[in-house]
Design a protein around this ligand. Structure first.
Ligand SMILES: C[S@@+](CC[C@H](N)C(=O)[O-])C[C@H]1O[C@@H](n2cnc3c(N)ncnc32)[C@H](O)[C@@H]1O
Length: 261
């Protein structure tokens, strides 16, 4: 991860309304770069794009040539004509940031109705799959099955809002997934908001990538057990969080990256 990535994560990316904060953006960046360095090929995919905050993070890190499949209902944000503006705002954000959207790789619809071939026919196998769509149990069950069926052997699945008390069924859905597929899938990293999972054969690799990443050294690391896997819990220290918030609120966002050095 270079200085340009950090500048983007702490600055430009924050201008998009959305839900990925700098700590998880740094984890995304660490994992995507590590895959690229090791020739762990494949597309990226996201269920739950909203206005594109994590989509454009992935675009920036993976580059304009990397196929990214975007799946969302795009039914939010009704304009004066009563029609949803979400999709236009998503595309406009990319234009404003100078980042591309491959519109033929956008699926406007309900992810729970998709088959694996709807994904693989468009982009092939997926190396990084972010699940942040519907937050009820049936959504997580369907979306995790879709991700499992479409990721490459070395693919990573990221679940959002796993331990958020506002969305208790996400917690149940992720636990169901890990318990049902405990023989094949393992969790390797958890943050306050997201849970990172891969095939067990790749657990040691991804665990070590997180443990040894210089870009994540600002976070406290604790090893914990979660449903049979050794997981790194990345803790965002309160001192750094306060400094970051203070800088952002006092008009010093451009320097906020320093809170996480
Ligand atoms: C929390 S937002 C995603 C945030 C986004 N990942 C970001 O980085 O800002 C959830 C999104 O999931 C979408 N969504 C909800 N249910 C869905 C479904 N069944 N299929 C596809 N998308 C869905 C919503 O339209 C919304 O845009």
């Amino acid at each position: 991860m270079d200085g340009q990535d950090r500048k983007f994560i702490f600055g430009t990316l924050q201008s998009i309304e959305g839900y990925i904060d700098p700590p998880d953006a740094l984890v995304f960046s660490t994992l995507l770069h590590a895959q690229t360095r090791r020739d762990l090929a494949g597309a990226l995919a996201e269920i739950g794009v909203y206005y594109g905050r994590s989509y454009y993070l992935m675009r920036k890190i993976a580059g304009s040539e990397c196929p990214i499949l975007a799946i969302d209902l795009f039914d939010q944000d009704a304009g004066t004509d009563g029609l949803p503006q979400q999709y236009q705002r998503f595309v406009e954000n990319g234009r404003r940031l100078g980042l591309s959207v491959e519109e033929s790789l956008v699926i406007k619809g309900d992810s729970t109705q998709l088959r694996a071939s709807d994904i693989t026919d468009r982009v092939g196998e997926v190396r990084f799959f972010s699940i942040d769509g519907g937050h009820r149990l049936h959504h997580v069950a369907a979306d995790s099955a879709l991700a499992m069926a479409t990721i490459a052997d070395h693919g990573v699945i990221v679940f959002d809002d796993t331990f958020n008390p506002a969305w208790p069924e996400v917690t149940v859905g992720v636990a169901d997934f890990l318990r049902t597929h405990q023989d094949r899938f393992s969790c390797f990293c958890m943050t306050k908001y997201k849970t990172y999972v891969c095939r067990t054969a790749y657990h040691a690799l991804y665990h070590d990538i997180i443990a040894s990443s210089a870009g994540l050294s600002a976070f406290e690391q604790t090893d914990t057990d979660f449903l049979g896997s050794r997981v790194i819990r990345l803790h965002n220290p309160i001192g750094r969080r306060m400094l970051y918030e203070l800088m952002c609120r006092s008009g010093m966002r451009a320097f906020s990256e320093r809170a996480y050095r």
